[in-house]
Design a protein around this ligand. Structure first.
Ligand SMILES: C[S@@+](CC[C@H](N)C(=O)[O-])C[C@H]1O[C@@H](n2cnc3c(N)ncnc32)[C@H](O)[C@@H]1O
Length: 233
């Protein structure tokens, strides 16, 4: 009988899979010490201006993407006084474990990937994302997903690091595991515009972060606004 030759399946991980794995490993290891005072000092200062953007009306739904150890969710919970619905998503089980320990049960925590959100379309009034955007392998797709799960007139608030100098960004991209791209203000704005989001505002938060706020406009409203712009031209 002729010997059968077995062909080993070549399952080389894709660039996307490698990025997800790098983030899981990096943040899995960092999870236990992430809430150290030094890190919290910076993160809080980057996040406070984002918190000020939120109108805490009863019943609103907020999604914190890449919620990490849940510090921002904890702050949102306090300010919402039990009248708002909170959701957090992260790729790292270890980061979520830390979040679970400090958050009440009514805050829903989900393990998932920002590029394929496990939520229905038009669910949230606000989608927040702080200090994580530079870790996403497809930043365009991430914004597309954020917009999909947002209600009409809802807001996306992304706060991400920016250290002014391209050389520092280059170093970060080389040295920090899972880091893909640190954007400047113009690049962030373009990602929002390409996704059909109206830019409400962009600003620096505490020197080393840029906050971009985008709004999802209703179709009819958007067309009318575009008509007005045409007339003005
Ligand atoms: C620097 S931490 C920021 C945590 C928190 N948002 C904060 O402001 O402190 C980045 C987080 O992004 C998460 N992350 C990285 N890639 C992700 C992805 N593709 N989907 C969801 N979360 C991701 C990591 O697990 C980590 O918790």
């Amino acid at each position: 009988m002729a010997a059968q030759t077995r062909v080993k399946p070549t399952t080389k991980p894709t660039t996307e899979q490698k990025n997800i794995q790098a983030n899981k490993t990096f943040f899995g290891r960092w999870s236990k010490t992430y809430d150290s005072l030094g890190i919290r000092f910076w993160m809080r200062r980057f996040q406070i201006p984002a918190l000020r953007e939120i109108k805490f009306q009863p019943g609103i739904k907020i999604l914190d993407l890449s919620c990490g150890t849940g510090e921002l969710l904890q702050d949102l919970y306090r300010r919402g006084k039990g009248k708002i619905k909170l959701f957090g998503l992260d790729i790292s089980e270890e980061m979520l474990e830390m979040a679970r320990k400090k958050l009440p049960l009514e805050v829903t925590l989900v393990r998932g990937d920002v590029h394929r959100l496990p939520f229905d379309s038009g669910e949230f009034d606000y989608v927040l994302c702080t200090e994580a955007f530079h870790h996403y392998h497809s930043q365009y797709q991430a914004v597309t997903e954020m917009k999909r799960v947002l209600k009409n007139d809802g807001k996306i608030i992304i706060v991400d690091i920016n250290f002014f100098l391209p050389s520092i960004h280059w170093l970060f991209q080389k040295l920090e595991p899972g880091c893909v791209k640190i954007n400047n203000q113009g690049e962030m704005g373009l990602l929002f515009k390409k996704n059909g989001l109206k830019i409400a505002r962009q600003q620096r938060n505490f020197l080393f972060a840029i906050m971009t706020i985008g709004q999802k406009e209703e179709r009819g409203k958007k067309d009318k606004n575009m008509e007005k712009e045409e007339i003005r031209k």
